[in-house]
Design a protein around this ligand. Structure first.
Ligand code: DGL
Length: 270
């Protein structure tokens, strides 16, 4: 590929399901001239309850799919995959591979007043300690309380983001963090931005919510700039969405996550 071909090539983004479309939304806001190919591994979601080896294998297959479609860079829009597979992906593929974790840490520490951080994420993400470690390295003395919240992804995938049952579940998960005096809550899962309204409602202004989607988009912009990979073409950029399992519910949910309509979802065979 010439350097101009690389510039015009699409950006690849993947997640275990449709949650990563929250990152696509942020990318499209910040980089409206980029074409994007999204892969959601809906046939195998959730990744959060799988073993590190399985998560790495799935992430390799997802990245391989995107690379075989000619992407110029890959955004891992899944905290679980980032926590377990990012170094392997970066060592294996020649295109830049960008994760969501570092941008999440950056966004958390962007407020110097942040002293007591709560982290919620899938069991896999929390068990990896990747967030806890990265935060503690950057800000020694920071109080960090992480809790796995495995019931939240099914609620989001079901579209039950306002359901009274969700409120009860969130209360169970968050009360211990609130008792510790949490001032910042890291939403360590790309499904959780859809919980912003209910979380804002429950936590009010006491707790700052950190969502890594917009920071991840800003990070991606910097990488594309540094590597001279920003798309220069003036034609309309494309958005292609592939899912490994097609269902009406996944398509409807994808539209909600993305906040806009898009063409037909395609079936991906990994
Ligand atoms: N979107 C994934 C993440 O950010 C969570 C969903 C899953 O468990 O696969 O970790």
């Amino acid at each position: 590929m010439t350097s101009s071909d690389s510039q015009q090539a699409p950006l690849g983004v993947f997640d275990s399901g449709v949650g990563g479309l929250t990152v696509v939304r942020a990318l499209r806001e910040l980089l409206p001239n980029e074409s994007i190919i999204y892969l959601g591994d809906t046939a195998r979601v959730p990744y959060g309850s799988k073993s590190p080896d399985t998560i790495r294998r799935f992430s390799m297959e997802d990245t391989q799919f995107l690379v075989s479609h000619g992407v110029k860079a890959v955004v891992v829009a899944c905290n679980t995959a980032t926590a377990h597979a990012l170094p392997t992906l970066q060592a294996t593929f020649r295109v830049p591979v960008i994760g969501v974790l570092e941008p999440g840490v950056e966004a958390t520490l962007s407020d110097p007043g942040c002293e007591r951080v709560g982290i919620i994420g899938t069991a896999g993400t929390i068990r990896s300690s990747a967030y806890q470690y990265a935060l503690a390295m950057r800000k020694p003395g920071l109080q960090i309380h992480a809790t796995a919240t495995p019931l939240l992804v099914p609620f989001v995938e079901e579209g039950w983001t306002e359901h009274p049952a969700l409120k009860l579940v969130l209360k169970q998960y968050l009360d211990p963090l609130l008792e510790k005096g949490m001032d910042t809550l890291v939403l360590g899962c790309t499904h959780y931005p859809l919980l912003m309204p209910i979380l804002n409602n429950m936590l009010g202004k006491k707790v700052r919510l950190v969502d890594s989607a917009s920071t991840c988009a800003a990070h991606t912009q910097r990488v594309l700039e540094q590597q001279n990979l920003l798309r220069t073409a003036r034609s309309k950029p494309s958005l292609e969405i592939y899912l490994t399992d097609l269902s009406e519910q996944a398509e409807a949910l994808a539209k909600r996550f993305l906040g806009t309509d898009f063409g037909k979802v395609k079936k991906a065979n990994l």
